[in-house]
Design a binder for this molecule. Structure first.
Ligand code: GLA
Ligand code: ZN
Length: 663
């Protein structure tokens, strides 16, 4: 049987005489894999160049005797004090020029040559040491790369690396000056060595410089990890390499990072970090899992699945009975092939004393242990059957890190957010029980009947061409406000009216617009009155294009707000505003009907349907995210393979249905 469930384990936090009990309990629960060691640099290299892997060997062996395999984490997210004290320059510098100190984690500069030297050495030592260990199956380099690095690092080493990166990209400093528009406010450089990192300024920032800086930071992280994956691949060709992502986190371009991995993993904390407003919201959780799948267009692992209350200094809500199982199976429904829980036992010391694990502080199995054990025992054999199956949506939403960066730098309307808008579109499909893929802008558009591409703010001819081709071949494309505004270096395009060449696809032009500050606009769509926010493109339609909605307030009342244009075999919608929830729902209903996209079934509010399929089989997961009884229905050819009474869900219940004769 394959590996489907596991746990993050920190044996070094507990007495050795407890390890065996842990292994027994894990085995009894049905766990088949642990991830270990990703923060234990000091225990592995207590002094410079003196490695000690004996304790980890013992833990791996002991677990191995219980049939539990190990994923080794490289400990480079937590450089030890001896290193920091001797080589102070490895500490990172923030935007304000302050050195961040020892005491948390990730207190490192990823471009620093001394630090990189230590990283190479420990990763090599570990790879050589574990290459033939039969219980080691894979690796996780570092931990949540990009996390904790928000405004880091702006040290001298990073500055030099940034300059080198720019020189490679632009070749000459004149080209850099032009690409960044440095004529503005006298920002021209004479040499690459004059270029600054974008620390705090007296006033304002250069958007083009900021965009390159964000891309440089992303590339640096990829490079930092690649150095590790190259070493591991060299010595351990039979082990997989994965990394724990954080959904929509944006410090590193996860598509790029994924190229170095066998598959991606993700850390799923539905309770929110310390309970934010997204707590348990099915659509947000589902979109997070779908975007993770998109990073390699492949199934993934959950490397940290919530297993109790989350919290550091303050805590989130306790997952109610059933919720942990629901969230685990939701991960599976969206393409997780294995679910690894964070963490085995809540820690008694350090920062994360209240980030709860499967076991409480006492170490005695309780509610969470028994609930998950029961679920695992029922779900693992099913997951075995599902091996090789994947969600196969007919709707794609284009998701790009560069667009996100550019819109973070200049949101235009302070309430406008790229990822929020993406999630609003997502939610409308989710509410209709229509599965969605995310897709990079160089991805395979052709497999979707409907492709939603919000805020295509930065544009180049290649991407334009891909959109033209998609529609010409029969695709239904959705473009929105703020499309084709900028070129790739974040400078406004001036050769045509908005949205540039794409206006031939949209059948319309935007000659004027309004940034709606603290106001809603009214609009009429299919004789119903709706509201929208943040932005209004005032659209001029060209011949042939159809007006689907018009504004009903402001000085542009009566002007088009949404248009549709037939082109080639397909069509292109243009949405000039950010529709509110009901408006969005009506619009998505219209567009999915027009594209002939069917829902997976019908369900009460709060119930999510999701599917995985392979060959002629499909499994539908029905998941109740509420604490009340709910109902749903799917085609009668599906038979219940997990759960009690098909169609009727208790609070937080999950049912799985199977159909075997799809094609
Ligand atoms: C992240 C990290 C873990 C741990 C948890 C809980 O997801 O990867 O190491 O810190 O959060 O805080
Ligand atoms: Zn640095």
């Amino acid at each position: 049987m394959g590996i489907h469930f596991g746990v993050d384990y920190y044996p070094e936090h507990w007495q050795r005489d407890r390890w065996e009990t842990d292994a027994e309990l894990m085995k009894e629960m049905g766990l088949a894999v642990v991830r270990m060691a990703e923060f234990s640099w000091h225990k592995l290299e207590p002094q410079e160049g003196k490695y000690d892997f004996a304790w980890l060997d013992d833990a791996i062996d002991l677990l191995g005797r219980y049939g539990i395999r190990t994923i080794v984490g490289t400990p480079t997210a937590a450089p030890p004090a001896w290193m920091v004290n001797r080589y102070l320059e490895i500490l990172p510098v923030d935007r304000e020029g302050r050195v961040r100190g020892f005491g948390g984690r990730h207190h490192d500069c990823q471009s620093n040559a001394v630090y990189r030297g230590f990283v190479r050495k420990i990763v090599t030592a570990m790879a050589v040491h574990y290459k033939d260990n039969p219980n080691v199956i894979g690796w996780q380099p570092d931990n949540e790369l990009g996390n904790s690095h928000h405004d880091l690092c702006m040290c001298e080493s990073c500055r030099k690396n940034f300059q080198g990166w720019l020189e490679k990209k632009y070749g000459t400093v004149d080209r850099l000056n032009e690409a960044w528009g440095n004529a503005f406010w006298s920002q021209e450089y004479n040499e690459f060595s004059e270029v600054f990192t974008p620390g705090i300024t007296v006033t304002g920032e250069n958007p083009s410089a900021m965009l390159d800086w964000k891309c440089f930071c992303s590339d640096l992280i990829v490079d930092f990890m690649k150095e590790q994956t190259d070493i591991i691949r060299k010595y351990c060709p039979n082990h997989f390499i994965t990394h724990n992502y954080m959904g929509f986190a944006d410090k590193v371009d996860y598509y790029d990072l994924g190229k170095e991995l066998d598959f991606v993993s993700h850390d799923q904390y539905p309770g929110g970090f310390f309970a934010d407003e997204s707590h348990g919201r099915g659509d947000i959780l589902a979109s997070t899992l779908d975007v993770v799948r998109s990073y390699k267009n492949k199934n993934f692992w959950i490397m940290e699945q919530q297993s109790g209350i989350t919290g550091w200094e303050v805590m989130g809500r306790a997952p109610a009975p059933g919720q942990l199982s629901l969230w685990s199976l939701q991960s599976v429904a969206h393409g997780a092939d294995a679910v690894v829980y964070f963490r085995w036992r809540v820690c008694a010391m350090g920062t994360e004393q209240y980030w709860h694990g499967i076991l409480p502080h006492s170490g005695n199995p309780g509610r969470r242990y028994y609930e998950l054990k029961e679920m695992i025992q029922k779900a693992a054999p099913l997951m075995e059957k599902m091996e090789g199956s994947m969600p196969a949506p007919k709707v794609g939403i284009v998701y790009s890190f560069r667009q996100n960066y550019a819109l973070q730098i200049q949101p235009q309307n302070p309430n406008m957010s790229y990822t929020e808008q993406i999630q609003e579109y997502y939610r409308a499909f989710y509410d209709r029980q229509i599965p969605v893929d995310f897709v990079p802008d160089d991805g395979d558009f052709g497999k979707y009947k409907l492709l939603v591409a919000p805020l295509q703010y930065l544009m180049n001819s290649e991407l334009e061409e891909r959109y033209f081709r998609y529609v010409k071949n029969g695709g239904h494309l959705v473009l929105t406000m703020r499309t084709g505004v900028k070129d790739e270096t974040n400078i406004c395009m001036t050769d045509r009216e908005l949205p540039g060449r794409l206006s031939e696809l949209t059948g319309s032009e935007v000659l004027d617009y309004d940034c709606l500050r603290d106001a809603r606009v009214s609009a009429v769509f299919q004789n119903e009155s709706h509201t929208a926010r943040n932005w209004c493109d005032i659209i001029t339609v060209k011949e042939g294009a159809e007006v689907l909605a018009v504004y009903a307030s402001e000085f542009y009342a009566g002007e088009p707000c949404i248009t549709k244009n037939e082109y080639g075999q397909g069509c292109c919608y243009y949405i000039g505003t950010e529709p509110d929830e009901a408006f969005m729902a009506a619009l998505v209903r219209y567009m999915t009907d027009a594209a002939g996209i069917a829902a997976l079934g019908n369900a009460d509010e709060g119930v999510e349907l999701a599917a995985r399929e392979k060959a002629d089989r499909r499994w539908i997961f029905a998941m109740n995210h509420t604490d009340r009884e709910r109902t749903y229905s799917v085609d009668s050819s599906y038979r219940l393979v997990y759960g009690e009474e098909a169609g009727k869900l208790n609070g937080y219940e999950v049912q799985i249905l199977e159909r075997e004769d799809l094609r």
